[in-house]
Design a protein around this ligand. Structure first.
Ligand code: NDP
Ligand code: 2IT
Length: 455
């Protein structure tokens, strides 16, 4: 380990670029937050490699290569015409085609999509696969919509998005509110408009449309593989631990599944309405049926498990004592107050399955309290990794078995852990995976941008 001085020139330079980001993107608080978190890690990198400053890498990397915003008109079941706003931010294609999910949630706006797209650049770089960073979505609320409404909306969304994507240009996938059903309708619409079966244009497809086995499980499993690696380094493991997992969507369900398989007892999970606490360990088959099949609220769990408890206010989940906490719902769902409660209750590891679920203040508390902390852009990279494996299978016109994909996923998560730990060590922040993941993800993209010239 080499001591890298944080010179005032570089600190001021990074702050100047950050202030410009704030001025140029007013009111985009989530985007500012994501940029600041990465920039805070990069000072020693710039001190060691001033070329990045000369080449204006920071100024370039915060500016999306292309931003698309579009109208999404559709007709509801009563015949009313509705209009939503669609987005696709093609952030960085230095190391591969833009890659990243689509989110359908009423809170979606330019700030949310830009924060997610920015994070995706570094996450995708960490996977070691040839994928650039992008993200998209719409301020559409899928809750309470009929299947036909979902189909009409997604078809309208894809009618416009199809002009900007291609297997070698930009490959969207799912995120909040976008799962197998939505990807299915979007793939169908793309196929119809394109007039050809181009499987590699979307990932997260159903298996018979060219999807990959284990993609559905990949983000949740990957998060648990990453955290298990982190625990193993300290002589610990999920086995015998008590775990809380926020959310009860795609990431949360498969994080719970793998944690239970590794011998943990998962005692709490949530949705945006509230959380359930089941002292005896959550019955995952009930959660899966309620959420994956019946589209119901998590509160219904207690009807079938009368010994479990339901509490309104989803943020209350962090007051449940646990050894390992896995925030797997949404951004900024775990704040400073929640972090203090977790620490007071003896949490020893936190692994982010969601994107930026912990606020800056919460992360500081975990790091200062010696809680093992796995940041989202490293810990939740399993989803996009298996998406890249899906692209590879589509290109080769082959299909790997579940076990083949799962073994590759485990290898990828271990590599991300090792590379992030090494970068942290190299830049004088041993054990700090926030710094390590940001640096390891950044260097590869920055070096490639320099090699490709000023474009
Ligand atoms: P889903 O739509 O499948 O599930 C989201 C879950 O989080 C639901 O339980 C939802 O509850 C809850 N939730 C959403 N918004 C809020 C909110 N504002 N407050 C409280 N709870 C909320 O999404 P995913 O599981 O796919 O995504 C979860 C997180 O993981 C997101 O941050 C996403 O960006 C990230 N991620 C997803 C990947 C993937 O492959 N899908 C890959 C990497 C990261 P409700 O149903 O009540 O809205
Ligand atoms: O945040 C993410 O990494 C995702 N939503 C998955 C992206 C993908 O392309 O699979």
């Amino acid at each position: 380990m080499e001591r890298v001085e944080q010179t005032p020139e570089v600190v001021n330079y990074v702050d100047r670029v950050y202030q410009t980001v704030k001025e140029r993107n007013p009111n985009e608080l989530e985007f500012h937050q994501a940029v600041k978190e990465v920039f805070d890690s990069l000072v020693p990198v710039l001190v060691k490699n001033p070329t990045y400053m000369k080449q204006a890498i920071l100024e370039r990397i915060v500016e999306p290569e292309r931003t698309i915003s579009f109208r999404v008109p559709w007709v509801d079941d009563q015949g009313n015409v509705k209009v939503n706003r669609g987005f696709r931010v093609q952030f960085n294609s230095a190391i591969g085609p833009y890659k990243g999910g689509l989110r359908f949630h009423p809170s979606v706006n330019a700030s949310i999509i830009k924060f997610l797209g920015f994070e995706q650049i570094f996450k995708n770089s960490l996977t070691g696969q040839p994928i650039g960073g992008g993200k998209g979505g719409a301020d559409f609320d899928p809750k309470g919509k009929s299947d036909l409404e979902i189909m009409r909306f997604t078809q309208s969304f894809m009618s416009e998005l199809s002009k900007y994507i291609d297997a070698d240009v930009d490959v969207p996938a799912g995120d909040i509110g976008v799962g197998a059903r939505e990807i299915g309708y979007m793939f169908g619409q793309y196929k119809k408009m394109r007039g050809g079966f181009q499987a590699g244009v979307l990932t997260g497809k159903s298996i018979d449309s060219g999807g990959s086995l284990a993609r559905k499980e990949a983000t949740g499993y990957g998060t648990v593989y990453f955290v298990e690696e982190m625990l193993k380094d300290k002589g610990m493991s999920f086995n015998g631990s008590t775990v809380t997992v926020s959310g009860s969507g795609n990431v949360s369900i498969y994080a719970m599944e793998k944690a239970i398989e590794f011998g943990a007892k998962v005692v709490a999970c949530s949705d945006s309405g509230g959380y359930i606490y089941d002292e005896t360990g959550i019955d995952l088959s009930t959660v899966k049926r309620l959420k994956e099949v019946e589209n119901k609220r998590i509160s219904e769990y207690v009807m079938e498990h009368p010994n479990a408890h339901y509490f309104e206010d989803c943020s209350g989940i962090w007051s449940v004592p646990c050894d390992v906490a896995l925030p797997c719902a949404t951004q900024n769902e775990l704040d400073e107050t929640a972090a203090k409660i977790l620490v007071a209750n003896g949490v020893f590891a936190v692994g982010e399955g969601a994107n930026m679920p912990s606020t800056h203040g919460a992360v500081e508390i975990f790091l200062n309290s010696n809680v093992l902390f796995a940041p989202g852009k490293a810990a939740n990279a399993g989803g996009v990794s298996v998406s890249a494996l899906e692209m590879a299978q589509n290109s080769a016109r082959i299909a790997w078995t579940f076990a083949e994909v799962d073994v590759k996923l485990q290898e990828i998560m271990k590599n991300i852990y090792r590379n992030s730990m090494k970068a942290a060590e190299d830049y004088d922040a041993p054990g700090n995976l926030v710094v390590g993941a940001n640096i390891a993800g950044f260097i590869k993209v920055a070096d490639t941008m320099i090699m490709q010239g000023v474009i």
